[in-house]
Design a protein around this ligand. Structure first.
Ligand code: F0G
Length: 441
């Protein structure tokens, strides 16, 4: 069913032009074309199989965008930056008030890690509990504009939760493919509650993405994984919000977990656009963290390779980033290399230790994948890769309650007691270290 936009004065955007362009061969596509990767530079693999064409990017005529309008824009969240979003026609956004997440200054954590200027952008405080809402508000608004008959994604959980919500809001049928037995409970709960048709796929995330891409092509369903360039347009607003909160000055470094590699590519693009518009003059070092058992991007960077080698059996407790063949690898490698950044891997134990540290020193509850950014920061400081006086922003991508089962595994259980004040009095008088941060064993 096609939603007819109902317009109010606030919802009508200024006219602006953009184009969809292949980052590999430069082929251009119309705004009405439903295309995810370039059709022009599809190649043939060693066994004669077709190899996907280049990734697509959305490019604006920046000479027509007024930087003052960005700096003085009113409102909150993703649509505040509408001058840098791909909607030239009057359209009503499908929105659940995503974005506008807090940027916390974290002095206690900074001290524990041996640095002085640390901030955490807590994307877990988006409406669905992850940064995916930023991409989905743009992606599903585009789906409505295109008049598609349904939306779909493969997911390690958060993408499906967010898509289910936005599809419900837009009254679109929603199909999600999740790797069987590998998705955190909170995320499945969201997808089924909001009415998505959920498939539990015998295979991993990479298998699910491979299958859903073909399904979407053949059944004319709109694909909303991060290979869809409109998703990344929403996610780049993380860069705008961080820079705005810091007085339109970019931090020295941004650290975030990397799975399918869309978010690091999107945030890099956001910072690049601010520089192109002359709002800022520098770029932060984009720093990507992967789990030890799923680190194709880290390996490619450390080996100085132009392309990743997919990992057939990715494994980590950080289920959100259990991905062996990141679809946005080409964009992410460029983002990290050209910004002078770095990629590093962390173990599951390091991730858990960081999750506890962040929760107990700063009161910020995140799911394991998000804690990878803190674990990566700790490791890179210890390795001397990060200077102690750098201004660092860590992006924590998903909320603690996404993965409650992991919390139960790593934290002390509750203590069962009788309703007896004497017993309780003894217990509260016994030594209690509130800030104990024992790594999980
Ligand atoms: N952190 C969380 C909490 C995520 O859910 C994801 C990705 C990432 C980090 C990595 O972001 O893929 O842009 O590099 N989750 C996807 C999903 C894959 O299906 O929910 P990325």
């Amino acid at each position: 069913m096609r939603i007819i936009p109902i317009l109010s004065a606030d919802d009508i955007f200024t006219m602006k032009d953009y184009e969809v362009k292949c980052i590999r061969c430069g082929a251009r596509y119309s705004k009405d074309d439903i295309v995810y990767t370039c059709r022009n530079c599809v190649t043939v693999g060693p066994r004669g199989e077709p190899v996907s064409g280049g990734l697509l990017d959305i490019l604006y005529d920046y000479s027509t965008i007024d930087p003052d309008r960005i700096i003085h824009a009113k409102g909150d969240g993703v649509w505040k930056y509408r001058d840098l979003l791909p909607f030239g026609e009057a359209i009503k956004p499908i929105t659940i008030q995503e974005g506008n997440t807090p940027l916390y200054r974290c002095d206690r954590l900074a001290k524990a890690l041996g640095i002085v200027d640390l901030w955490v952008k807590h994307e877990g405080l988006n409406p669905s509990g992850s940064f995916k809402d930023r991409g989905m508000t743009v992606g599903v608004t585009k789906a409505v504009e295109l008049g598609v008959k349904g939306v779909a994604c493969a997911s390690t959980g958060n993408t499906s939760a967010s898509l289910a919500i936005f599809a419900a809001k837009a009254a679109l049928p929603c199909y999600v493919l999740l790797p069987k037995g590998k998705v955190a409970l909170g995320k499945i709960a969201q997808a089924i509650m909001h009415g998505a048709k959920v498939f539990s796929l015998r295979g991993n995330f990479d298998d699910a993405l491979r299958v859903v891409r073909v399904l979407c092509e053949e059944e004319a369903i709109y694909l909303l994984n991060s290979v869809n360039p409109y998703r990344l347009e929403g996610q780049k607003t993380i860069a705008f919000e961080v820079t705005e909160k810091l007085g339109w000055v970019v931090p020295d470094r941004v650290i975030l977990p990397v799975g399918n590699a869309g978010n690091i590519s999107a945030i890099f693009k956001g910072f690049s656009e601010l520089r192109t518009l002359g709002i800022t003059t520098a770029m932060p070092r984009m720093t990507g963290i992967q789990a030890e058992g799923a680190q194709p991007i880290v390996r490619a960077l450390k080996a100085g390779k132009a392309e990743i080698t997919p990992e057939p059996k990715p494994e980590t407790i950080a289920s959100a980033i259990r991905i062996g063949n990141p679809v946005n690898a080409a964009k992410a490698l460029h983002a990290i290399r050209s910004s002078g950044g770095v990629a590093e891997s962390v173990t599951d134990e390091e991730i858990t230790e960081a999750q506890l540290l962040l929760a107990r020193l700063e009161g910020i509850g995140v799911e394991p994948a998000s804690a990878a950014s803190i674990a990566g920061l700790k490791k890179l400081v210890e390795l001397g890769e990060i200077e102690r006086d750098e201004r660092v922003v860590c992006v924590t991508t998903g909320h603690l309650l996404k993965d409650p089962e992991r919390v139960i595994q790593i934290c002390e259980p509750s203590i069962e007691v009788d309703a007896d004040v004497e017993v309780l009095r003894k217990m509260v008088r016994s030594p209690f270290e509130a800030m104990k941060c024992e790594p999980w064993t």
